[in-house]
Design a protein around this ligand. Structure first.
Ligand code: C2E
Ligand code: MG
Ligand code: MG
Length: 738
């Protein structure tokens, strides 16, 4: 769920980033286009202004020149036409006029080319006769039909206009001025009147042919130009500078600027494409650069992300992959269980498994073989998993499994099958060795939500299975938990009870099998609470062993027994040897030997009256130390009794290396005496013990029949309810006296 939310967030993040980038890019290119268009318009404006200047200069200069000549003629006073024309002819070449003409108030013009004409009807004549200098609209030359404009200026005498000096100017001359190539020959220029009528048109191949009115030509060229015509009309009416875009085969800018001469406008035309080529080039380059940048960024982002992913994977591997077996770690197991719990399509069972004897595997076959066993276990567990199931290793040989099920019995069957598969592993060619997997099962209940708690429950059930010998699995129940709680409370109370003198020693007599006389006793610790309630040693001894407190307890019992024996000796009683139990935890600290010896010496009891019992299974924990400790104790003079013989793994041959004086046949052997196989085993053990000169004590003898049988096979001493239960000191004292 968390992961899904994370990836939705990531996708949203990337999409958001993409949208922002695209929007930013679009905004930027829009801005760039605008700026470049502005730049284009500025260029157009500058070129147009240039043309206006050229035109103004040309016309104004010519008009000014004409006015100056008119003044000079005026200054000549009353002169005849011939003289005036001579003057004009002399200067004619200096100016770009076609010719000069002079007329008096009658409107008959005398020209420098000796032609005469009547211009009394011409506007320029009339205007100049009013005292104005004037430039005419385009006219047809009366003399040769050429298109011209006429410049005119008044000639005065004593302040009175007496005539007009006029000079036609060829339109072609104006055209030539305007046709100076602009925009690499792509642009051209018109001069028009405010109403659109042509003053000067262009010979450029893409200009309007035979234009008389610019609006008319625009309308005819393309029907899309209606708006442009309207806009241009507005511009001209307002006498403003501005541009429109119109179509004549291609889109073109038309830039209008008032010429400042009459109501004439200069119109510069240039194709949109030409103007925008450069900006398009820049924009395209920008697009390409942005594209490359985006690709580079994407590649870098991809590389960074892959590296991140690889790093994450490596960390996850460290966290989630068990280095030794290649299977899942416990961390991964927990995460997967949590995930399955959310899906919940089937019932879940959490199972804990380990081997009853993995330590032994390591000791017998070495660590490398031990590791192989772990890999084999991981593989076998994995193979037993179906879809949606998985395993994880916690530590050493401890594995967790998640199984899905419909009915509980399926799980039990699968576990037995799994145990069978595990037991198929052949550890050695020469030695028959079976692995003993033990399982604890926890069926996940509705409302369970803490994986660790569920695993603890599986571990509790597993613990129970381990304690109960010969059981492959146990299912968690609330009673198990209850018992665990009690154990915990007990374990917390032991030390306090010790200080409170709640521990006392009971004695269980042992009898000679033949004479039926008291032959010894075993000292057994008892916990009697302040309220008189007894706590079973079966409950608290294992707890004390776990915490190590048992050593203190053993020493206490040892001392109590020494003191009691001394008291009885002093009373003159015929004491018999009393055996004291020695926990396996003493093997951790062999110093206890000296302490025990000191206690014994201090009590003054001869060493033959105190014996030591150690369980057979303790031998496997630290075999070397065990033998040494036993030898030292034996050398000191203690008799060594091997307790619970038959519950461990020792063979009788192994006993050879340990100085054992007495072997205590475990109750489980005694109980099985009446089954054929049990009987045979007892007989065999007896025979071998006798060969090794080891005496035998049978434990847990409860019936006459057991007693008889054991006596008949040669048991030396008998301990059990048949003769006596463990009893308080006073009661035992009475037995000694009997
Ligand atoms: P263990 O050393 O094998 O002691 C013999 C146990 O068998 C005693 O149980 C005894 O009461 C019981 N027993 C004897 N005869 C019979 C019988 O005929 N029938 C049945 N059902 N049981 C019989 P207890 O006293 O409950 O002690 C249990 C175990 O606790 C002992 O087994 C021993 O391993 C441990 N333990 C007791 N006292 C001490 C102690 O002072 N130190 C240490 N380290 N362990 C002790
Ligand atoms: Mg014992
Ligand atoms: Mg025993």
């Amino acid at each position: 769920m968390k992961r899904k939310r994370e990836s939705i967030f990531k996708a949203g993040y990337v999409i958001g980033l993409l949208i922002i980038s695209v929007a930013a890019f679009m905004w930027y290119s829009h801005k760039l286009k605008d700026e470049l268009r502005g730049l284009v318009r500025n260029t157009l404006k500058e070129v147009s202004n240039q043309n206006v200047l050229v035109m103004q200069k040309e016309i104004e200069w010519d008009l000014a020149a004409l006015e100056e000549i008119a003044e000079r003629i005026s200054a000549m006073g009353e002169t005849d036409e011939g003289e005036i024309l001579d003057v004009l002819r002399r200067i004619e070449e200096r100016y770009s006029f076609k010719r000069f003409g002079f007329c008096r108030a009658d409107g008959i013009v005398h020209t420098t080319v000796d032609e005469m004409a009547d211009v009394s009807e011409r506007e320029y004549f009339r205007a100049s006769m009013q005292g104005e200098s004037y430039i005419s609209d385009p006219l047809i030359d009366i003399m040769d039909g050429e298109e011209i404009i006429v410049f005119s200026a008044p000639i005065k005498s004593d302040g009175e206009v007496i005539g007009v000096l006029c000079a036609p100017y060829r339109m072609d001359g104006l055209k030539e001025i305007l046709e100076v190539s602009s925009f690499e020959g792509e642009g051209y220029t018109y001069v028009i009147e405010r109403d659109g009528d042509k003053i000067v048109d262009s010979t450029h191949p893409t200009s309007f042919r035979n234009m008389t009115n610019i609006f008319k030509s625009m309308t005819e060229a393309d029907e899309r130009n209606d708006q442009a015509v309207e806009d241009l009309k507005l511009l001209l009416d307002a006498g403003q500078t501005g541009y429109v875009i119109f179509y004549n085969k291609v889109g073109k800018y038309m830039y209008a600027t008032p010429l400042g001469i009459k109501d004439w406008f200069l119109i510069d035309v240039v194709p949109v494409d030409f103007m925008e080529n450069t900006s398009n080039y820049i924009i395209n380059r920008t697009y390409i650069m942005c594209g490359i940048l985006a690709v580079v960024c994407a590649v870098i982002a991809f590389l960074i992300m892959s590296e991140e992913r690889r790093k994450k994977q490596r960390i996850q591997n460290l966290l989630y992959v068990d280095e030794l077996t290649g299977g899942n770690t416990l961390a991964r197991f927990k995460i997967e269980v949590e995930r399955r719990m959310q899906v919940h399509y089937k019932k879940l069972a959490i199972i804990m498994m380990d081997l009853d004897d993995f330590k032994l595997v390591n000791e017998l076959f070495g660590y490398e073989e031990g590791n192989k066993v772990l890999r084999f276990l991981s593989r076998t567990l994995k193979e037993s998993c179906c879809d949606g199931e998985f395993t994880g290793r916690s530590n050493a040989d401890r594995f967790y499994i998640l199984f899905l099920y419909e009915e509980e019995k399926e799980i039990k069957q699968r576990i037995l099958k799994l145990a069978e598969n595990i037991q198929r592993l052949r550890m050695s060619e020469t030695m028959e060795y079976l692995l003993h997997p033990v399982f604890g099962i926890y069926y996940v209940k509705a409302g369970d939500d803490n994986v660790e708690d569920m695993m603890d429950c599986a571990a509790l059930a597993h613990n129970m299975a381990k304690q109960a010998r010969n059981s492959t699995y146990k299912v968690y129940t609330d009673e198990i938990k209850e018992k665990e709680l009690q154990k915990k409370q007990l374990s917390d109370q032991i030390e306090h009870a010790y200080r409170n003198h709640e521990f006392i020693v009971y004695y269980q007599p042992k009898y000679d099998s033949i004479t039926r006389k008291l032959a010894g006793a075993e000292a057994l610790v008892r916990w009697r609470r302040a309220d008189g309630q007894m706590v079973s040693p079966g409950l608290f001894v294992p707890l004390a062993e776990e915490s190590g407190f048992v050593c203190k307890l053993d020493e206490y019992v040892f001392r109590e027994v020494c003191l009691a024996q001394k008291r009885w000796m002093d009373k003159g009683l015929d004491i018999v040897p009393v055996s004291v139990n020695l926990s396996r935890r003493h093997l951790d600290n062999p110093e206890f030997i000296n302490e025990y010896k000191a206690i014994l010496d201090e009590s003054g009891v001869p060493i033959e009256y105190i014996q030591l019992e150690i369980t057979e299974s303790a031998m496997f924990e630290k075999k070397e130390d065990f033998v040494q400790i036993m030898e030292r104790l034996h050398d000191l003079g203690f008799m060594i009794l091997m307790d619970d013989f038959g519950t461990g793994y020792s063979s009788l041959m192994m006993l050879k290396s340990i100085p054992i004086d007495v072997m205590k046949l475990d109750k489980s052997f005694v109980d099985d005496y009446d089954d054929e196989r049990g009987e045979r085993i007892i007989r065999c053990v007896m025979r071998m013990a006798q060969d090794l000169s080891i005496a035998i004590t049978a434990e847990g003898v409860e019936t006459e029949a057991q007693y008889r049988f054991l006596t008949s096979v040669g048991c030396d001493t008998i301990q059990g309810y048949y003769f006596a239960r463990p009893m308080p000191e006073e009661e035992y004292e009475l037995r000694m006296q009997a």
